[in-house]
Design a protein around this ligand. Structure first.
Ligand SMILES: Cc1cc2nc3c(=O)[nH]c(=O)nc-3n(C[C@H](O)[C@H](O)[C@H](O)COP(=O)(O)OP(=O)(O)OC[C@H]3O[C@@H](n4cnc5c(N)ncnc54)[C@H](O)[C@@H]3O)c2cc1C
Length: 317
């Protein structure tokens, strides 16, 4: 059973022009968390439909949420755990360990949405609901499955920066590969802790079309030809683009060596050792999918493509 927590803002740190890091606290977070590194662990955040009004939801929260009249339903969006920290236990009796959940929000004031709008004005005491993993229980919600891949490729735009940075922090010291992080402006570049064998490249967009710099950079690395309209010409975007070794939003399957529909994820030595994790705006992800799977014929079990948001579309519930 996932944790459903009512949390309040303790602090807001404006990291850069496009990012706000929000610290969330609440007693309901006591059992919240993952057993290992949080990686790209996704969570659901629910923002008040009208200022300050949040319903009581039971642990069967999704059923309760659906049952609410639409105008009262908190607005739900998907985010990533940036980190969870715990206070040191006090020696005095009766003191509970306090957990703090950190989420890095992209602010996109030009395109209004409940998530970005809430984060843009959040202040201590403001409340939201969080649904996410419980310590010690299976939850899912991560897609980073590199297996024994020896050459890693991570590509993300600003919405995937929290996931990519968390994954980089968790890698073993001998990991090798490349990470490309496309962000709106140069001021959004962050310090990253990554193994020496991982080349981390930040790609400030500075007004270029979303996804253009990332597709060009991956083309340079893998040697495919990039056309100026590679991303902007993508017309048909799978509404819920999600293609991973174990799930396909289009229903596509692929045969594993043992004949089952889905084989083990990750790139072993027999498959050139490469594993790619790609997340961000859906056109960017679709353009990269075309290059990697259709053109370079990268096996599906070695790639995870995830549309985290779509330009001009609200990612309702
Ligand atoms: C697994 C997963 C993990 C994610 N993790 C994070 C995370 O940690 N931090 C984070 O900020 N986002 C994250 N996202 C992306 C986030 O869910 C979307 O950006 C979402 O659309 C934000 O909701 P909103 O209410 O701000 O905008 P919406 O109501 O969904 O959309 C309103 C308008 O805003 C535009 N818009 C949405 N996102 C952006 C953007 N980034 N830049 C410019 N315009 C935008 C839309 O195109 C639309 O026109 C994640 C998504 C997924 C699927």
């Amino acid at each position: 059973m996932p944790v459903l927590a009512r949390v309040s803002v303790r602090s807001v740190e404006r990291l850069s022009p496009s990012f706000a890091r929000i610290e969330l606290v609440g007693d309901d977070l006591a059992d919240f968390g993952t057993d290992g590194p949080t990686l790209d662990q996704r969570i659901k955040l629910m923002f008040p439909a009208s200022p300050g009004v949040l319903p009581e939801l039971s642990h069967d929260w999704y059923t309760d949420w659906l049952a609410l009249p639409e105008e009262e339903r908190p607005r739900m969006r998907t985010y990533t755990i940036r980190s969870i920290e715990e206070s040191a236990p006090s020696t005095s009796s009766g003191h509970r360990i306090e957990k703090r959940l950190y989420v890095d929000f992209v602010l996109h004031p030009g395109a209004h949405g409940p998530g970005s709008d809430w984060a843009g004005v959040a202040k201590p005491g403001d409340e939201i609901l969080v649904a996410g993993p419980k310590i010690g229980e299976e939850y899912g919600g991560t897609e980073w499955i590199p297996g024994d891949a020896s050459r890693l490729l991570l590509v993300g735009d600003e919405t995937a920066v929290p996931a990519v940075v968390s994954i980089l922090e968790s890698l073993p010291a001998d990991a090798t590969g490349s990470a490309f992080l496309e962000v709106p402006v140069a001021g959004d570049v962050q310090e990253v802790s990554a193994p020496a064998g991982m080349d981390v490249t930040w790609l400030p967009r500075e007004g270029a079309p979303v996804g253009g710099p990332a597709v060009a950079a991956v083309g340079g690395l893998l040697g495919f030809e990039v056309k100026p309209d590679d991303v902007t010409s993508v017309e048909v975007v799978d509404p819920d683009l999600w293609e991973t070794p174990v799930y396909s939003s289009s229903g596509e399957t692929f045969a594993a060596e043992d004949g089952s529909a889905n084989g083990a994820a990750g790139g072993g030595d027999d498959e050139d050792g490469r594993y790619a994790w790609i997340a961000g705006e859906s056109r960017m992800v679709t353009a990269l999918r075309r290059h990697l799977v259709n053109e370079l014929e990268m096996p599906r079990k070695q790639v995870a493509f995830m549309g985290y948001w779509r330009e001009g579309v609200s990612m309702k519930g």
